[in-house]
Design a protein around this ligand. Structure first.
Ligand code: CAA
Length: 288
């Protein structure tokens, strides 16, 4: 394993590209959206500068950044000749399946295709390609450079050798891995999203203010962040999409998305990335 292509330069893709480069891999970062990959590179520089300041990386940030090459055209990504592709695009099934059919066409036959999806079945993604044995889930947590976990998910057709390779690669990135079955939302989001959803039901009922709900969970349960703040970090649109998958695929009312969460998403209040979610966020990422 030497070369990793990351597809999608949002906050997750940028973080995955960064930890891959920190681990010494040659990295390609592809996003067709104009300016997205360049913005991600800026974010990476800031994150690496913080880590360097604290002595948490041994190399200079520029040396890590030098291992990342930006791509803006799908037809050019094959030139990287990647051993592994990690996709972190939007959680939309149609867009994702079309992307996988395209990647399957342009990437070398050896390339393992890993998805950072938090809720779309790996088996379904694999079926959109002619290499379902080389398709696997590799679910990182946000913020990727800080969070220690990667959930690895084999689909129905995933080769056990591919699973072993991906586990080893995540460990080389300094992550601890867990293996989850290909069931809706896997382990972490299966447990996290009902917590976040309940916080939105509580908010809707007026049980307490947003700040008090967050403080209650933060100090009462020793969580690093309250669930409403965390939802703003993850993205309210992403939380809603995951809850809808859980609700539809497991068919249980306990996963029904809270009306307030749905309404915030309808308003475009997607969280920190939109400057407004449950809270209002300044451009620098601080709560107002
Ligand atoms: N790169 C480098 N350093 C970073 C960073 C990044 N991207 N993000 C944060 N940091 C650093 C900060 O600089 C800070 O360093 P110092 O302590 O030296 O100042 C340190 O991390 C802690 O950050 P803050 O002081 O800003 O704030 P904090 O103490 O609240 O920690 C946090 C931030 C690590 C994000 C913590 O709040 C936390 O663990 N929150 C919960 C995160 C979580 O649950 N993530 C999972 C989300 S679910 C998911 O991702 C799955 C999904 O599919 C939806």
């Amino acid at each position: 394993m030497e070369k990793i292509l990351v597809v999608g330069a949002g906050q997750m893709g940028a973080g995955i590209a960064q930890v891959s480069a920190q681990a010494g891999f040659s990295v390609g970062l592809f996003d067709a959206f104009p300016g997205a990959a360049e913005r991600a590179m800026e974010g990476m520089k800031k994150s690496l500068a913080k880590l360097a300041e604290k002595g948490q990386i041994q190399e200079k940030p520029e040396a890590v950044i030098a291992r990342v090459r930006v791509f803006t055209k799908m037809d050019e990504v094959a030139s990287l000749d990647p051993d592994l592709m990690i996709e972190a695009i939007t959680e939309n099934v149609e867009i994702k399946l079309k992307l996988y059919a395209d990647l399957d066409r342009v990437l070398p036959a050896k390339t393992i295709l890993a998805s950072n999806t938090s809720s779309i079945p790996i088996t379904q993604i694999g079926a959109a390609t002619k290499r379902p044995d080389k398709v696997v889930g590799m679910h990182f947590m946000n913020p990727v450079p800080i969070m220690k976990l990667v959930e690895v998910i084999p689909g129905l057709a995933t080769d056990p050798g591919v699973l072993a390779t991906v586990l080893k690669t995540a460990e080389r990135m300094g992550k601890t891995t867990i293996v989850a079955k290909d069931r809706p939302a896997f382990v972490v989001n299966r447990i996290l999203m009902p917590l976040i959803n309940e916080a939105f039901f509580a908010l809707g009922e007026g049980l307490a203010s947003a700040e008090d709900i967050d403080t209650g969970v933060r100090l009462g349960l020793n969580h690093p962040m309250g669930p409403l703040t965390l939802a703003d970090f993850v993205g309210l649109d992403t939380c809603l999409a995951i809850l809808e998958v859980l609700h539809k695929q497991l068919g249980e009312d306990k996963y029904r998305p809270a009306p307030v969460l749905r309404q915030y998403v309808q308003a475009g209040w997607y969280g920190k990335k939109a400057g407004r979610g449950v809270y209002v966020w300044e451009a620098g990422g601080q709560k107002k």
